[in-house]
Every structure is written in structure tokens, then in C-alpha cells.
Design a protein around this ligand. Structure first.
Ligand SMILES: *[C@@H]1O[C@H](CO)[C@@H](O)[C@H](O)[C@H]1NC(C)=O
Ligand SMILES: *[C@@H]1O[C@H](CO)[C@@H](O)[C@H](O)[C@H]1NC(C)=O
Ligand SMILES: *[C@@H]1O[C@H](CO)[C@@H](O)[C@H](O)[C@H]1NC(C)=O
Ligand SMILES: *[C@@H]1O[C@H](CO)[C@@H](O)[C@H](O)[C@H]1NC(C)=O
Ligand SMILES: *[C@@H]1O[C@H](CO)[C@@H](O)[C@H](O)[C@H]1NC(C)=O
Ligand SMILES: *[C@@H]1O[C@H](CO)[C@@H](O)[C@H](O)[C@H]1NC(C)=O
Ligand SMILES: *[C@@H]1O[C@H](CO)[C@@H](O)[C@H](O)[C@H]1NC(C)=O
Ligand SMILES: *[C@@H]1O[C@H](CO)[C@@H](O)[C@H](O)[C@H]1NC(C)=O
Ligand SMILES: *[C@@H]1O[C@H](CO)[C@@H](O)[C@H](O)[C@H]1NC(C)=O
Ligand SMILES: *[C@@H]1O[C@H](CO)[C@@H](O)[C@H](O)[C@H]1NC(C)=O
Ligand SMILES: *[C@@H]1O[C@H](CO)[C@@H](O)[C@H](O)[C@H]1NC(C)=O
Length: 491
């Protein structure tokens, strides 16, 4: 065998060369040791800066993708996922550690592994990713003693169910930016059963808390996880900007889980909700913006909202609602590719005198209703004021609403557009609709005080209130009976 380096060297040289290496070996080892100690110490010092509990951050585990430069494991903060140990402190310590990392270093990721992690409410921080492994379940303690009270939301004035303060949410965030909650379909479970029972028995003195509530924040992404059995509304972004909610499963019992709305974007702008499955005890999605005089005073609309590719079941309420609290206004909403099945209502706008503000520029496209009592609804007498201090003359403006490609089967009433002399519904349009009616009856396209048009032929035949246009957009028949009323709640 030829040594490529030394083939020409005299053997003597080779001998000395070996001894020279040998002589150097000990100092070299010492140098490596010194470098190793210096390196490790500086690493340790650096980590103590960001990691005040002096523990080593975990090596990323194979089942957790690295989504931030630094990742932590809940177990490193003393978390125990046995379903009994209370992990509130572990979550709080982990969040504190991530808050020390800061955005300049890319923030931190909290990995929650397989297990059942019982906890009281805790707060998130900015530049944070909460990652739930496949069989990770964050369980909310169902004893209200562990739930801190918070002031009411300013645009509601009240705790919604009771005056005064309200319970905070299980997972909460305020004044944050860049927050991600995601995973391999791990679950956040609110264990709402005890709350629903106490609510029905009127044993609670304060409004129930949502499961996840992010307030006054921006750049929020919630994806790839399951939320279930919330005590109250499930996912509540409040006065936020740039919110994406994608590929989620949101579940609650379809009966006897009061107010378990799926997603409630409230005074938010630039929101996308897509590719998700919701089966809940109240509205699937409800776009809101505050309640009567409190919402008018707060004055923050929900706008620029895109909702698409959802499958929703809501036996006691509706698939997608706007309102009834909409006193900051709602505009520029697109709702498309939605299947609503086994539900009481399909898509609905609900409001009342006293709400003020507006609902305008709303586009519905490609909706399918299967076994739904009433498909499309606009309701302007949804009376539910917070108190007697509302202004009864604050009439909301409802206008510029289009329905296109609406299909379905097993529907009782296809359309119910109920304006009033005070809240006249303007500029509604229908195009390409064929909804199969369950029991062929009259009053399957109900209207009152509504102005608008139908382009082309639709089924069922429209109410007399609407103007008729042909496919080319040429007026065929002007209505002249916009104020006719055919509203029948009995079917
Ligand atoms: C993180 O915690 C889980 C338990 O939740 C454990 O199985 C896993 O080994 C931990 N990973 C690391 C890298 O410490
Ligand atoms: C979360 O932060 C808010 C605002 O600082 C505070 O009012 C609330 O009590 C905190 N919640 C928890 C559970 O610490
Ligand atoms: C949706 O989330 C699941 C896990 O919950 C994941 O397996 C799947 O790949 C995700 N789909 C998309 C399109 O992101
Ligand atoms: C996620 O988990 C929920 C609840 O267990 C399940 O219904 C859903 O199908 C799962 N999603 C995916 C993409 O596996
Ligand atoms: C509600 O208030 C009543 C009267 O002050 C009190 O007895 C009861 O314990 C309270 N219930 C809860 C759940 O806080
Ligand atoms: C919106 O938030 C996402 C994170 O969810 C971020 O990547 C994106 O840059 C933000 N968009 C804007 C316009 O700020
Ligand atoms: C959801 O999970 C899939 C599969 O792991 C991944 O490709 C995708 O980026 C995730 N989506 C979001 C929005 O986190
Ligand atoms: C309406 O909202 C969409 C997002 O759904 C946005 O792209 C668009 O710019 C908004 N239009 C206006 C006029 O703000
Ligand atoms: C209409 O929505 C359904 C889901 O409900 C979807 O499967 C279909 O592709 C959509 N059609 C169009 C033309 O986008
Ligand atoms: C009627 O509403 C449509 C959107 O559905 C809008 O494009 C149009 O400008 C509105 N017409 C009037 C006269 O306001
Ligand atoms: C219909 O009602 C509106 C609103 O109350 C009113 O302005 C309008 O004059 C009425 N039109 C007819 C034809 O009576």
C-alpha cells in the first residue's frame, strides 16, 4: 500500500514524524479540553441568559418539527402529563422562558408531547409557537376557582352573561404579535361539561370563559389541531389583525353545550378561516364587532374576512353567522365553498334596532345545505340588548349582499330575508340557486322590506320583493313590492 503523502519520504523522517505527532498528542488533548470547557461555559452562560431556570433546553425530538430556533419541552419545566397533576406552573415557566428569547432571536417553541396535561388558564407570549404532538391533550380544569376573572371586553360592556367581570380563557393572549398554535392534531380540551351544567342550573356568577382568546394582537396562526368542549365560545380572536385559522377540527356536543360557538372573529381585520371541520353546540362561525352602545362607542369593525372550505354542523344554531353583536360594523366578507349539514340554520345575518353600524359588502358563493331547516337568513329583530341604555333609534344598515351558486337538499325554507320599515335591507342579489325543499310548501322564499335582484332563474322561485333580470343582466320585471311581507316562522 502506498502512502500518498509520505511515499517519497525517508523512513527516518517517518519515524520522527510519528514521534512528533505523539509528542504533540497530550498538549493537543489538553487544548481540546480547554476549548471544550470554554465553549461549554459560554454556551451555559448564554443559555442562562435566556433560560432563567438554569436547565438545558432539550434537544429537538424527532416527532417535533423545528419551527423556531429554540425549542423547549413542557416536561423540562416540571410538566407531568398524567391527567391529574396540575401543570399551570410548568406552562407559565415555559412561556416566561420563551418571552426571554424575544423576537430578534426568532422566538421559541413549546413542545407538548403525548399525554394529558391538566392546567388552569395561562397566558401566551409574543414570538411563540405552541406545538401539540399527535396524542397531546391540554385539559382545562373544570373548577371555576382556578379561573381568574378579567374585566369585560370594552365593546360588550358586560360579561355577556352576567354584569361585571368574566372568566378569562383557558389559553389567553393580549397585546401580542407572532403567535402560532399548531401541531400534529393534538387537542385542547376545555372539559366544558361541568360549566354547561352549572350554567343551566344558574350556579355561575360570572360569564364563562372561552377556550382560546387572543386580544389586541397581530400575526396569529392557529392550525392543524383539535379544539373541543369549550366552556363557552371556542376560539375568540378579539380586535386582532392578520389572523389565519386553518385545517382545524372544532368539536362540542351538538345539544346541551350552550354557546359553544366554533370561531368568533370579533372586531378583527384581515382574517382567513379555511379547510376546517366544525361540529358544535352553537354557531359554527360568528363574525361579531361589539354590542349596542358599547360596541358603537368602541367602534372597531370586523372587515376583510375570507371564510372558505368548511364543513359545519350546528343542530341548535347556524353554520356561519354575522352578528348579532355587530355594533362596530362588518364589511368585506367572502364566504365560499361551505357545506352546512344537519343544522338549524345555514348562513345568517342577525341584528336588531339598537345595534347601529352596518353589515355590508358580503359575498356568499358555492354553499351547500344538507338537511337544514332554513338556508339563508337575514333577521333584523334579534332583540337581545345588553341593558336598557341602548339607543333604540340606532338602526343598522344592511346592504350589498350577494348569494351565488347555492345548492342543497332537505331544506325546509330556502330563504328568509326579514327587513323592517326601520331596517330596510338593500341591494341583495341571487344568482344560480337550486335548493331541494324537504316538504313542498308555500313560504319557502320569504321576504319583507327587502330590495334586490335575481339574475337568471333560481329554485325555489323568488319572493315578489326582488327585481328579475335575465342571464345577460337585462331587466325582465321590476318588483315594485319591496315592502311586501311574507314571513312565516311556523315552518
Ligand atoms: C419531551 O417530552 C416528552 C413527553 O411529553 C418525552 O416523551 C420526550 O422524550 C421529551 N423530548 C425531549 C427531547 O426531551
Ligand atoms: C393574562 O394576562 C392578562 C393581562 O395581563 C391578565 O389580566 C390575566 O389575569 C392573565 N391571565 C392569567 C391566567 O395569568
Ligand atoms: C392538516 O392537519 C393534519 C393534522 O391535524 C395533518 O396531518 C395534515 O397534513 C394537515 N393538512 C394540511 C393540508 O395541512
Ligand atoms: C384530528 O382529530 C380529530 C379528533 O380526534 C379527528 O376527528 C380528526 O379527523 C383528526 N384530523 C386529522 C386530519 O387526522
Ligand atoms: C355565587 O354567589 C353566591 C352568592 O354570593 C355564592 O354563594 C356562590 O358560591 C357563588 N358561586 C360561584 C360559583 O362562585
Ligand atoms: C401575517 O401573519 C403571518 C403569520 O401568521 C406572517 O407570516 C405574515 O407576514 C403576516 N402578514 C402581514 C401582512 O403582516
Ligand atoms: C399542517 O401540517 C402539515 C403536515 O404536517 C404541514 O405541511 C403544514 O404546513 C401545516 N400547516 C400549518 C398552517 O401549520
Ligand atoms: C377585502 O378582503 C379581502 C380579503 O378577504 C382583501 O384581499 C381585499 O383587499 C379587501 N378589499 C378591500 C376593498 O379592502
Ligand atoms: C364548492 O364547494 C365544495 C365544498 O362544499 C367543493 O367540493 C367544490 O369543489 C366547490 N366548487 C367550486 C366550483 O369551487
Ligand atoms: C350592490 O352590491 C354589489 C355587491 O353585492 C355591489 O357590487 C354593487 O355596487 C352594489 N350596488 C349598489 C347600487 O350599491
Ligand atoms: C318601503 O319601505 C321603505 C323603508 O321603510 C320606505 O322608505 C319606502 O318608501 C317604502 N316603499 C314603498 C313602495 O312603500
Amino acid at each position: 500500500m502506498v502512502d500518498p503523502l509520505n511515499s517519497s519520504s525517508p523512513s527516518m523522517w517517518r519515524f520522527h514524524h510519528r514521534r512528533w505527532i505523539h509528542a504533540l498528542f497530550l498538549p493537543y488533548k489538553a487544548l481540546v479540553t480547554v476549548l471544550w470547557i470554554v465553549g461549554f461555559t459560554s454556551l451555559f452562560v448564554w443559555q442562562r441568559n435566556i433560560f432563567i431556570f438554569g436547565r438545558r433546553p432539550p434537544i429537538p425530538c424527532g416527532s417535533f418539527p423545528r419551527l423556531r430556533p429554540l425549542a423547549f419541552n413542557l416536561t423540562d419545566f416540571g410538566g407531568v402529563g398524567d391527567g391529574f397533576t396540575i401543570n399551570t406552573e410548568a406552562f407559565e415557566k415555559a412561556v416566561l422562558a420563551i418571552s426571554k428569547v424575544g423576537g430578534k432571536r426568532g422566538g421559541g417553541q413549546l413542545n407538548v408531547g403525548a399525554g394529558r396535561w391538566l392546567t388552569a388558564p395561562f397566558n401566551l407570549t409574543s414570538h411563540m409557537t405552541l406545538f401539540l404532538a399527535q396524542d397531546a391533550v391540554i385539559l382545562g380544569i373544570d373548577d371555576e376557582k382556578y379561573w381568574p376573572l378579567m374585566p369585560p371586553m370594552p365593546s360588550y360592556g358586560y360579561g355577556r352573561e352576567h354584569p361585571g367581570p368574566r372568566y378569562g380563557s383557558l389559553i389567553h393572549g393580549q397585546n401580542l404579535k407572532d403567535v402560532v398554535i399548531t401541531g400534529h392534531n393534538g387537542t385542547i380540551n376545555g372539559q366544558g361539561q361541568a360549566w354547561w351544567k352549572k350554567f343551566r342550573q344558574k350556579l355561575l356568577n360570572h360569564t364563562r370563559g372561552p377556550l382560546v382568546q387572543i386580544m389586541w394582537s397581530r400575526d396569529i396562526l392557529i392550525s392543524n389541531i383539535t379544539l373541543r368542549d369549550s366552556p363557552f365560545w371556542t376560539l375568540h380572536p378579539y380586535d386582532c389583525k392578520n389572523v389565519t385559522i386553518r385545517n382545524m377540527t372544532i368539536l362540542a356536543p351538538i345539544f346541551e353545550a350552550p354557546n359553544t360557538d366554533g370561531i368568533d372573529p370579533d372586531s378583527c381585520e384581515d382574517v382567513i378561516i379555511e379547510d376546517s371541520y366544525l361540529s358544535v353546540g352553537d354557531d359554527g362561525v360568528a363574525i361579531k364587532s361589539g354590542w349596542d352602545q358599547y360596541g358603537v362607542a368602541y367602534g372597531k369593525p370586523s372587515k376583510n374576512i375570507l371564510i372558505r372550505n368548511l364543513v359545519i354542523r350546528s343542530m341548535v344554531s347556524g353554520g356561519i353567522s354575522i352578528g348579532s353583536e355587530m355594533s362596530g360594523g362588518v364589511s368585506n366578507v367572502t364566504i365560499e365553498n361551505i357545506l352546512v349539514w344537519d343544522s338549524r340554520r345555514g348562513v345568517r345575518i342577525k341584528t336588531a334596532a339598537g345595534r347601529g353600524a352596518y353589515v355590508k359588502d358580503i359575498k356568499y358563493r358555492n354553499l351547500t345545505f344538507e338537511n337544514v331547516r332554513v338556508g339563508i337568513i337575514i333577521k333584523t329583530d334579534y332583540n337581545e340588548p345588553p341593558d336598557t341604555g341602548f339607543n333604540p333609534e340606532a338602526f343598522p344598515v344592511i346592504r350589498d349582499i350577494s348569494y351565488e351558486s347555492i345548492h342543497g337538499e332537505g331544506v325546509r325554507v330556502a330563504v328568509r330575508l326579514q327587513g323592517s320599515a326601520d331596517i330596510f335591507v338593500r341591494n341583495v342579489s341571487f344568482r344560480d340557486m337550486s335548493v331541494g325543499i324537504r316538504d313542498k310548501k308555500k313560504h319557502i322564499f320569504q321576504c319583507s322590506y327587502v330590495q334586490g335582484k335575481v339574475i337568471g332563474s333560481i329554485f325555489p322561485a323568488p319572493c315578489v320583493n326582488l327585481d328579475l333580470y335575465d342571464e345577460k343582466g337585462v331587466l325582465v320585471k321590476k318588483s315594485g313590492s319591496e315592502n311586501a311581507s311574507d314571513i312565516d316562522y311556523d315552518i
